[in-house]
Design a protein around this ligand. Structure first.
Ligand code: PMP
Length: 351
């Protein structure tokens, strides 16, 4: 017996998801997973502590309270919200629900590594449309890749790993041209770090496009990566289809409580995002002083295109873990001054 006999061919062909490399250094700042450097919000800590005694019970299967808080926050409707065990699980679920065997999913590349894996796991074929040289989505290219075989289209804004965000006017014009039979997933995991003009107003676009699903997570701006909760917003008909294949009790009790408490802590969340945005600006300016230009990041990370193992190793020597994508580039999370200083020392050491 071997896995060759057990698994579908497309599962055997899946690329491995490679986390950031760890070195021998024990004094390490982790800048490899785009996490939030701040500890859990005070309201979250209090709510979670208070709920620990009830863990013998299953959570609310329908996450009614959290869904209501999310729809309140977005001025949307409860029936237009689906929650999941991290937004990654929602991406998987959505693709499982819409991809037919061999059906195509159009996506920008390079983008979040989980996308092609989820497409293949759902039995589909990823159609990767290369990014523009500045790290932005090639919207005309994505549009012309849509065919009769297309079952879904993925967008990531700000894009992981380049950090570049879509503009509202560009996205609105693009969505107007996508056939309504094609579901569009707009992954906005990093939206809270956007501070540019003409930023996407996805709440508005949702009202106009019943085929649009907006994905958000509590892992980044809300600093809850460890508790695993994300959500999707969409037209109630779209959401009903997604809820139908949801994992029963898929969002645990502490996650539901923590996410609600975080949503109600907007002032602190915005202040923390402000600190991270400022840190990003400082780092981009310091890199420019070394003659290193990075794409215009609107996320909590920057993309050092063309850097590879030499930078990764220099970072490990300085005590920072980063995320290297072959020799294509290195992605570095932003938010901690100490981490940025170590990165800059590593960069200086290899120039
Ligand atoms: N989307 C993008 C673009 C991401 O980079 C990530 C996290 N690396 C996620 C989604 C996953 O978020 P979650 O923790 O909610 O699964």
């Amino acid at each position: 017996m071997s896995k060759q006999q057990w698994f579908r061919p497309e599962i055997l062909g899946l690329p491995a998801y490679v986390p950031g490399k760890k070195g021998a250094n024990t004094d390490v700042v982790k800048l490899s997973s785009n996490e939030n450097p701040f500890p859990a919000l005070p309201a979250v800590q209090a709510a979670v502590s208070a709920a620990v005694g009830d863990l013998n019970r299953y959570p609310d299967m329908f996450a009614t309270g959290l869904i209501h808080d999310i729809s309140w926050f977005h001025k949307w409707v409860d029936d237009g919200v689906v929650v999941g065990n991290g937004s990654t699980s929602l991406i998987e679920k959505i693709l499982q629900a819409v991809v037919t065997p061999g059906g195509e999913v159009v996506l920008p590349w390079r983008s979040f590594e989980a996308y092609p894996i989820a497409v293949q796991a759902a039995g589909g074929a990823a159609v990767k449309v290369p990014l523009n040289a500045d790290g932005s989505h090639n919207l005309p290219g994505l549009l012309s890749a849509v065919t009769e075989r297309t079952r879904a289209l993925l967008l990531c804004s700000p894009n992981n790993p380049t950090g570049v965000a879509l503009k509202h006017t560009d996205l609105a014009a693009f969505l107007a041209k996508v056939p309504e039979r094609v579901p569009v997933l707009l992954d906005e995991a990093y939206i809270d770090f956007v501070d540019m003009d003409d930023a996407v107003r996805s709440d508005e676009l949702l009202r106009e496009h019943p085929n649009l699903i907006v994905l958000r997570t509590f892992s980044k701006a809300y600093g809850l990566a460890g508790i695993r909760v994300g959500y999707g917003l969409g037209h109630p008909e779209m959401i009903a289809g997604l809820r139908a294949i949801g994992t029963p009790f898929g969002v645990n009790a502490l996650a539901q409580i923590a996410a609600s408490a975080a949503l109600h802590s907007q002032e602190e969340v915005r202040a923390r995002c402000g600190v991270i945005i400022q840190e990003r600006k400082n780092l981009v300016a310091a890199l420019a002083a070394h003659d290193i230009a990075v794409p215009a990041s609107q996320a909590n990370f920057v993309w050092l295109a063309g850097f590879g193992e030499a930078l990764e190793n220099a970072c490990l020597d300085e005590g920072v873990t980063v995320r290297r994508f072959g020799q294509e580039g290195v992605r570095v999370s932003v938010g901690e001054t100490e981490g940025s200083l170590r990165l800059l020392r590593a960069v200086a050491s290899i120039l």
